[in-house]
Design a protein around this ligand. Structure first.
Ligand SMILES: Cc1cc2nc3c(=O)[nH]c(=O)nc-3n(C[C@H](O)[C@H](O)[C@H](O)COP(=O)(O)OP(=O)(O)OC[C@H]3O[C@@H](n4cnc5c(N)ncnc54)[C@H](O)[C@@H]3O)c2cc1C
Length: 352
């Protein structure tokens, strides 16, 4: 194996988690390689693209990657109740956002290979499949930032087991809107439908749980019929799995492996949102990887403690609410259950 294929830190996956990890590790002086199986970073987009405004405290969001600002979130309950809550944020151009984060990592010195997939691992050697065929990469630390069905997670026995299944159409929007919209109904079992405005377009989608009888295609058809007078032509279709089973054990000290973002189950089990945790956790993991290379033997455990301290309680609460929502989905008064389980209502935050 030549020097070209030896790195301090190998990062698998160039989503927000991977790029933030790569940047942080490279800035701290580590030799970093980030590999991405897709040919183009961020494409195709599998996201409704909302991030809270507060994320700007963690990461630069270039203005050209903001498709629209939003002021609030409107929740539509099954019984007809409507609640508007102030939740300032942005609907991103997610492909542009992911590319911008990867550029920052490259500027910090990380090497990036696209069209290159991690396949398997033996000791400190990871077999990858790139455009020129299969070869091995050696690294002291590996960071799994490879999304919901993480192959790196499988190397340390960690696997997301519960998913919300999502389907989304990006459509034309007849009248502009300034809020995100979230719709609950028995037609979207265990999940919700959304309309997130993007100027003259909108992301219109559903997320459902198969365990509760949800079928995303049917649910989206119903939702689009209900809002049919506001939307038109379909520009893009995306489907994806959102882990909603809660955080995994995201480190293996002996193996020198850390998991971040969706690979670590860091999505919110109720909303399905995961970009902020990917960005924040990615940075933590990247810094820990570099510290480990520089001789800090406890750095990997420190990463675990750091993300738990920062957003572990929030994720744990969401998992509890997910369990409550799934168990109660058959209840006659669905609105009452949903008020306890949806983040826009005070009841969500009450201690049981
Ligand atoms: C339909 C939908 C809507 C969503 N809407 C929102 C939203 O509005 N707001 C929000 O905060 N979150 C949303 N999410 C969740 C959000 O998209 C994720 O939480 C976020 O992308 C996690 O970032 P990540 O870097 O961990 O993983 P990803 O963004 O999934 O990136 C993982 C990367 O790893 C690559 N990869 C996978 N396997 C390999 C391999 N073996 N080798 C090399 N590369 C590999 C993938 O190609 C991918 O580029 C949504 C998800 C879906 C599916």
């Amino acid at each position: 194996m030549n020097d070209r294929n030896c790195f301090d830190v190998l990062i698998v996956g160039a989503g927000p988690a991977g790029s933030c990890a790569a940047r942080a590790a490279a800035e701290a002086g580590a030799r970093v390689l980030m590999i991405e199986k897709r040919m183009k970073i961020g494409e195709p987009v599998q996201c409704a693209e909302f991030v809270p405004r507060l994320l700007t405290r963690e990461v630069n969001i270039p203005s050209e990657t903001i498709a629209q600002e939003v002021q609030g979130m409107v929740t539509f309950m099954p019984n007809g109740e409507i609640l508007r809550k102030r939740t300032p944020g942005f609907i991103l151009d997610r492909a542009g956002f992911d590319k911008a984060l990867a550029m920052e990592a490259a500027k910090a010195g990380a090497k990036i290979l696209t069209g290159t997939r991690a396949v398997s691992r033996e000791g400190d050697r990871v077999k990858v499949l790139g455009p020129s065929g299969e070869y091995e990469i050696r690294s002291t630390i590996s960071i799994g930032a490879d999304g919901p069905g993480s192959v790196v997670g499988s190397w340390i026995g960690q696997k997301n087991r519960k998913y919300m299944h999502a389907l989304q159409h990006t459509v034309s929007l007849k009248q502009p809107a300034e809020d995100t919209e979230v719709y609950f109904n028995r037609a979207y079992p265990g999940g919700y439908a959304w309309l997130f405005p993007k100027g003259e377009k909108a992301n219109v989608g559903v997320g459902v749980l198969k365990e509760l009888g949800g079928e995303a295609r049917q649910a989206l058809k119903i939702f689009k019929e209900r809002i049919g007078d506001r939307i038109g032509e379909v520009f893009q279709i995306t489907a994806g799995r959102i882990p909603v089973g809660g955080p995994l054990h995201s480190i293996d000290v002996d193996a020198g492996i850390m998991l971040v973002g969706d690979a670590a189950g860091h999505t919110h089990a109720i909303t399905g949102g995961g970009i902020p945790q990917a960005v924040i956790g990615g940075g933590m993991a990247g810094r820990a990887a570099a510290a480990c290379i520089n001789g800090d033997k406890e750095a990997i455990e420190t990463y675990f403690d750091q993300w738990r301290n920062r957003f572990g309680a929030m994720l744990d609460k969401a998992v509890k609410k997910r369990e409550e929502m799934d168990a109660g989905w058959g209840e006659r008064n669905l609105t009452r259950l949903l008020k306890r389980c949806w983040i826009a209502y005070g009841e969500y935050y009450d201690e049981a």
